[in-house]
Design a protein around this ligand. Structure first.
Ligand code: IFM
Length: 474
């Protein structure tokens, strides 16, 4: 490479953002008594929705250990850090006046990042809806999108003034709507496809309204984060091909199409017709709001999916599929599509097949089919059965391989001309993995929950070296 090249010798753009990601409920803990209002995950964890009755009361106690965690980021050498704001820390009941001490906490986060030369990337909603709003219908109610815009209005201008230039409106709206209101495996735990479709729409409406508020507050860069995947039929049987298309439509199409094309995919509208309230909640003008121009697209990628029609699962199993643990992705909620693992897949502790090439394929297909927007990989990572060995180390060799392979997949996409501008590893710390509580560790830093002690794993040291080499070590 010559010295004028926009690429580092590692093959990543010179201004590539190397980062890690976290989310408020998963790491912060309540902090000060009464520091935040009750959110749907507090309720869900107290009503049996979370493994071992784990909850986010203390989590990683990041609220009290902020400086220590920011020091970990600094030693890691990241150029950027993605964190989320807890809505119920800003507005305990999801509406009304600003809780000033809540905002002050995020001012401290941002100031601490700037002191360490780390660029903040703020996510405004990462699943912790104030319970008071769920009590009024949650995301299946249009009102919540309006309350979300009010909440964004409280935090946007002050944090833009603190130097937060990069904003994500919503994290993984599919999980909000389909896991929370359809499959019922995430808070608030509803099993109602009609409400899931309505939530799908309202969370996207909230995104669009949020974009407008952020622009009015002078936010320089605004995007959304979608969890996306590639879908391959298990066989070329037309039933499997159709099932894969339905699953793709549900995870990708229901979000990419409205945000980037201003319409819902016709096959999905047809598929969910007759569900109540379903798409009846869509009002004239909504799709214009949802498809406001963005500055980047956030992509969370963990795994690729092999899909079959449920009626064919016996035949597909006979071909050797589904040898690993069953996938936790519930694409069969009203879709008649089942995710199965390929026989040779390695899987993570989530049961998700390790498929780095899927990330390259996904990025290329996004560019070819949807958008030239810069892309940030806003999450990618893996849970494994880590342990601290007698010498006090965590030798997480599988995670080291997972991260390396996925960074190579990103570089391959860049080499194919995809405009990828950053990678945010999930996650800095082991944390509260939603319905699976503390049983799944995604961190590159081990958290000893009883004491709160942090132990950087081998993957932390490896990622530090990769960042220092700007990817040349890969
Ligand atoms: O922990 C989650 C995160 O909150 C959202 N994306 C997927 C991660 C792993 O399941």
């Amino acid at each position: 490479m010559n010295s004028d090249s926009p690429y580092s010798p590692g093959g990543f753009p010179a201004d590539f953002l190397w980062g890690t990601a976290t989310a408020a409920y998963q790491i912060e803990g309540v902090g000060e008594p009464g520091g935040r209002g009750t959110c749907i995950w507090d309720t869900f964890s107290r009503t049996g929705g979370v493994l071992n009755h784990d909850n986010g009361d203390v989590a990683c106690d990041h609220f009290h250990r902020l400086d220590e965690d920011l020091d970990l980021l600094q030693r890691l050498g990241v150029s950027a850090y993605r964190f989320s704001l807890s809505w119920s820390r800003i507005q305990p009941d999801g509406e009304g006046e600003l809780n000033v001490s809540g905002l002050d906490f995020y001012r401290r986060v941002v100031a601490g990042l700037h002191e360490r030369d780390i660029i903040p990337l703020a996510t405004l909603y990462h699943w912790d809806l104030p319970q008071a709003l769920e009590d009024r219908g949650g995301w299946s109610s249009r009102e919540v999108a309006e309350r979300y815009a009010d909440y964004v209005d409280l935090v946007a201008a002050p944090l833009v003034a603190e130097g937060v230039d990069k904003w994500i409106t919503i994290n993984e709206p599919w999980c909000v709507s389909w896991l929370g209101y359809g499959a019922g495996i995430h808070a608030p735990g509803h099993h109602d496809v009609g409400r899931a479709v309505a939530a799908n729409h309202h969370v996207l409406l909230a995104h669009g309204l949020g974009v407008d508020v952020l622009r009015a507050a002078g936010a320089p860069e605004v995007g959304i984060t979608l969890n996306l995947s590639v879908f391959t039929p298990a066989t070329d049987d037309p039933a499997d091909v159709a099932a894969a298309a339905r699953a793709r439509g549900n995870l990708n199409g229901l979000f990419l199409d409205p945000v980037l094309r201003g319409s819902y995919p016709a096959d999905m509208v047809e598929h969910y017709a007759g569900r109540s309230p379903g798409f009846d909640v869509v009002q004239s003008g909504d799709l214009e709001i949802i498809s406001r121009p963005l500055d980047f697209l956030g992509v969370n990628y963990y795994s690729a999916n092999v899909i079959c029609d449920p009626a064919r699962i016996g035949e597909v199993r006979a071909l050797g599929y589904n040898a690993g643990p069953p996938s936790t992705n519930p694409f069969d909620v009203d879709l008649a599509a089942v995710a199965v693992g390929a026989p040779t897949d390695q899987t993570t502790l989530m049961g998700w097949p390790v498929q780095p090439v899927g990330l390259t394929d996904l990025l290329v297909s996004l560019r070819d089919e949807y958008t030239d927007l810069p892309i940030l990989i806003t999450e990618n990572g893996a849970a494994y059965a880590d342990y601290v060995d007698p010498s006090g180390k965590v030798h997480d060799v599988e995670r080291v391989a997972y991260i390396d392979q996925h960074l190579v997949a990103v570089r391959d996409a860049i080499a194919k001309g995809v405009n990828v501008k950053g990678y945010f590893l999930w996650s800095l710390l082991d944390n509260f993995e939603w319905a699976l509580g503390y049983s799944r560790r995604f961190g590159i830093v081990w958290v000893d929950y009883p004491t709160g002690n942090r132990v950087p794993k081998d993957s932390y040291e490896r990622y530090r070296e990769v960042i220092a080499s700007k990817g040349a070590l890969l």
